[in-house]
Design a protein around this ligand. Structure first.
Ligand SMILES: Cc1cc2nc3c(=O)[nH]c(=O)nc-3n(C[C@H](O)[C@H](O)[C@H](O)COP(=O)(O)OP(=O)(O)OC[C@H]3O[C@@H](n4cnc5c(N)ncnc54)[C@H](O)[C@@H]3O)c2cc1C
Length: 456
């Protein structure tokens, strides 16, 4: 037996790296097993590369269309090589930041592929490390659509964000957060984009009112949207991909499949270690403290529960190691797992959609306010945005909050806090917000519930 540890974390993504740091803070002897790069897929292949390119798309569009606000730029164009170099260097610098934090917290990294032994210890190569507790944090991998394999001109999301050239035409299959972000960035770079969603709305998890606004905006920006029909008859050629969708067909430079991901559990030795899967059969079964059916094995992040989000992974990591260490903690509130989509405009939401609240039997009141109604909306050119609050009519509890707008992903934090602290719209409608900020829209949306939004 090699070294022994109080806690061994398998996977160094936003779930695993945070879990390891929290365990060290609690005085535990902890190690991370990582087969690739510090920071996991989020930092190196997913969230961060996506946001880095989206940032370029944002600045490019603002500069290109800036004459109205007094910026007249000459020949503006995208330098694809520079953009990809920055993408790589942002990820590298954040990954180094994670390594720095591990060093600072005296957390060794065991490089290699980790798996569980039947006793619940951790095997890497030929070495077995004894563990008081194991945190599984191996994340998820992309799934292709049936009959189509990734490779060549068929891309997963990482393939789309790391393309060596700017395509003339791209199709994105799956209009969830990841697919919509790819469509939003490429269309602003000047690529012709077709965004295809099998369900009947883009951003299927979002409130219908919100998805409609984004769909309208995407169409205005030139993105072709198809909903309610799958992609079929995919023919991958040397220099293009042909396919059909509904009663249409297309030929594109690249087909990006952003349809779904599956937990990365291959070779982890779950069955032998008595770690059971949940009722979906695709994720690991855990309780509210992330404990699996093996009493010393915890699982976090994309391996568990419904949503796949970096901040969810991190919070589950904190709770898992606190529980394993026997200190006071609390289960992660999955109902308050906030979603953030960095399209143009951005979309952010927490809690129930209006339809889901009604389906759950709530008597619902709604407060809506346009961001353009507030002074800041005009100053900052937030023309399409709204804040929508879904309220329980009986006590005024905020059941859900939904925002479209250029800063939606920052604005939503206030509503997560309100819901976590069990605040109602009554409190929200009396909380002073700074002027001129787009956050004032939240104040008016709360007032709109009783029909007294000032700027409506
Ligand atoms: C394109 C894209 C954009 C996204 N954007 C956002 C966003 O803006 N915001 C957001 O919150 N979420 C976003 N997500 C989701 C987010 O990336 C995931 O929810 C998050 O990465 C999950 O973190 P994790 O720690 O569970 O796993 P991961 O980040 O997947 O990390 C798992 C790590 O485990 C390692 N590993 C796997 N198996 C083993 C093994 N057996 N032994 C050792 N190491 C192993 C892997 O190499 C990897 O480094 C995005 C996802 C995609 C695909």
């Amino acid at each position: 037996m090699a070294d022994s540890y109080d806690t061994i974390v398998i996977g160094g993504g936003p779930g695993g790296y945070v879990a390891a740091i929290r365990a060290a803070q609690l005085g535990k002897k902890v190690a991370v097993v990582e087969s690739d790069k510090a920071g996991g897929r989020c930092l190196n292949y997913a969230c961060i590369p996506a946001k880095t390119l989206l940032r370029t798309a944002e600045i490019y569009t603002e500069a290109k269309d800036g004459s109205e606000i007094g910026i007249v730029a000459g020949d503006i164009s995208i330098d694809w090589d520079a953009l990809q170099t920055r993408r790589a260097s942002v990820s590298e610098s954040l990954s180094n930041g994670v390594k720095f934090l591990w060093d600072k917290n005296k957390i060794p990294v065991i490089e290699g592929v980790g798996s569980l032994t039947p006793e619940g210890n951790v095997k890497v190569g030929e070495e077995v490390y004894e563990a008081g507790a194991v945190i599984l944090a191996t994340g998820s991998v992309a799934l292709p659509i049936p009959g189509v394999e990734f490779g060549g001109r068929v891309l997963d999301t990482w393939g789309a964000w790391s393309l060596p050239e700017m395509p003339k035409k791209i199709a994105v299959v799956g209009a969830g957060a990841s697919g919509s972000e790819i469509a939003s960035a490429y269309s602003r770079f000047g690529t012709e984009v077709v965004l295809i969603e099998m369900l009947d709305q883009i951003l299927p998890a979002e409130d219908n009112d919100i998805a409609k606004i984004v769909e309208r905006s995407f169409k205005k920006q030139g993105i072709e949207i198809s909903t309610g029909a799958p992609v079929d008859n995919v023919e991958v050629g040397e220099s293009s991909v042909k396919f059909t969708y509904g009663d249409k067909s297309a030929e594109v430079d690249y087909l990006c499949v952003a349809g779904g991901r599956t937990a990365d559990i291959e070779g982890l030795g779950l069955k032998e270690a008595g770690v059971e899967m949940d009722e979906s059969g695709r994720k690991i079964k855990v309780d509210g403290y992330q404990l699996t059916s093996n009493p010393k094995v915890y699982a976090i992040g994309d391996l568990v529960n419904k949503k796949a989000l970096a901040h969810k992974a991190s919070e589950e990591g904190v709770v898992a190691v606190e529980k394993a260490a026997g200190v006071e903690t609390h289960p992660v509130d999955q109902e308050l797992m906030v979603g953030a989509t960095f399209t143009h405009p951005q979309v952010a939401s927490v809690g129930l959609t209006e339809a889901a609240a009604k389906e759950a039997g709530h008597e619902v009141k709604v407060g809506k306010q346009k961001i353009s109604g507030e002074g800041a909306g005009t100053v900052y050119d937030d023309k399409e945005g709204i804040v929508k609050l879904v309220i329980d009519a009986k006590y005024g509890e905020v059941l859900g909050a939904h925002i479209v707008g250029n800063r939606a992903c920052d604005m939503i934090a206030e509503l997560v806090a309100t819901m976590a602290l069990e605040g109602g719209y009554q409190e929200l409608s009396r909380i002073v917000h700074p002027h001129p900020t787009v956050s004032e829209t939240v104040l008016d949306a709360a007032r709109a519930v009783d029909g007294w939004a000032i700027h409506a």
